[in-house]
Design a protein around this ligand. Structure first.
Ligand code: ADP
Ligand code: MG
Length: 302
């Protein structure tokens, strides 16, 4: 049966993600909850799908053995191209499916983009749920991934494009940001996510330089934000100290978004309150001076 959405799936994901990180160590760049159980409210086959963006999808025997010690059964690389699959749960449906793919590959991109399409489009999510119910009713058994291919492809066709880049120095991150800056216009909001020291401010600095800002660009953690004058006005905010932005707090921030290109570090607290981002940047540590950078652009400018 497909079952009602269960909040325990998110908890299960967190627990599994922690053990996968422990098992795979430095191979891991990012771990994401994907598939139907990652879409709030959606009915699903109760299998928690986990995408692991790793430095490689070609795992050595030693690495596979480590996953097995953490309770994952090796399902090998033949099920889906570009994916090394592991699972937990002895019967069907499995409790957990782990998809180890190369970070930034088309497999990684598609897993995230399909999940995000379902999260952002309730009608598509409903259609997906209905399709599964129909398949189950027709077959009286579990459907397979192939049966859903048409819907998946259609969903991906109009999903925002994700762009992945690795950098090996702060200068490279600044250069990447400078390239992006060429596309930016007054009124654009660019969110910049990532843990402490991942390079958010470095990225914003690179973009600001390209926009003609000559002032020092530093983290505004202890103020609400900075406003710089470049060839265009530029705002730089950091929402680190906010848990969840209230509408009163938004009143203080709003002027930063007027007539400016606005960069927002730690944007998570502004969810639902900030204006829609045109570009979303996520940085992750992937080695000492290595950073794995994901850039998502909203629909092309009209
Ligand atoms: P955040 O704003 O995310 O806390 P910062 O940009 O202030 O991060 O700091 C990032 C730190 O990491 C800086 O000291 C920077 O020199 C260093 N660093 C090393 N390699 C990179 C890289 N590839 N990209 C960005 N920063 C890097
Ligand atoms: Mg910062």
């Amino acid at each position: 049966m497909v079952v009602e959405h269960d909040a325990a799936w998110a908890t299960r994901f967190e627990r599994e993600a922690a053990s996968i990180r422990e098992a795979l160590g430095d191979l891991v760049i990012a771990v994401e909850h994907v598939g139907s159980t990652a879409v709030p409210g959606l009915v699903a086959k109760p299998t928690v799908d986990i995408a692991v963006g790793a430095t490689t999808s070609e795992l050595t025997g030693e690495v596979v053995a480590r996953m097995e010690r953490f309770g994952y059964e090796d399902a090998g690389t033949d099920i889906k191209p570009g994916q090394h699959i592991f699972r937990k749960g002895s019967s069907f449906p499995r409790e957990v499916l782990v998809h180890v793919v190369r970070w930034g590959s088309s497999e990684w991109s598609d897993l995230l983009r399909f999940r995000d399409r379902l999260r952002n489009d309730p009608r598509l999510a409903q259609e997906y749920a209905d399709l599964k119910k129909t398949l189950l009713a027709e077959r009286g058994e579990w459907y397979r991934g192939d049966d859903k291919q048409e819907l998946v492809e259609r969903a991906l066709a109009d999903a925002p494009v994700l762009f992945f880049e690795s950098t090996s120095s702060p200068e490279e991150t600044e250069t990447l940001a400078a390239e992006l800056a060429g596309e930016l216009r007054v009124g654009d909001v660019i969110t910049v996510s990532g843990e402490l020291g991942s390079g958010k401010t470095t990225f914003v600095r690179g973009a600001c330089r390209a926009l003609g800002v000559t002032d020092p660009v530093t983290s505004p953690t202890f103020t609400i934000g900075h406003r710089y004058e470049g060839r265009v006005p530029v705002s730089h905010l950091d929402l680190y100290r906010f848990a969840q932005l209230s509408h009163a707090e938004w009143g203080d921030l709003e002027p930063y978004f007027d007539d400016a290109v606005a960069f927002v570090e730690w944007p998570e607290a502004g969810a639902g309150v900030l204006p829609a981002a045109r570009v979303r940047v996520t940085l992750r540590h992937s080695g000492r001076d290595e950073r794995a950078i994901e850039i998502e652009r909203a629909d092309t400018r009209v």
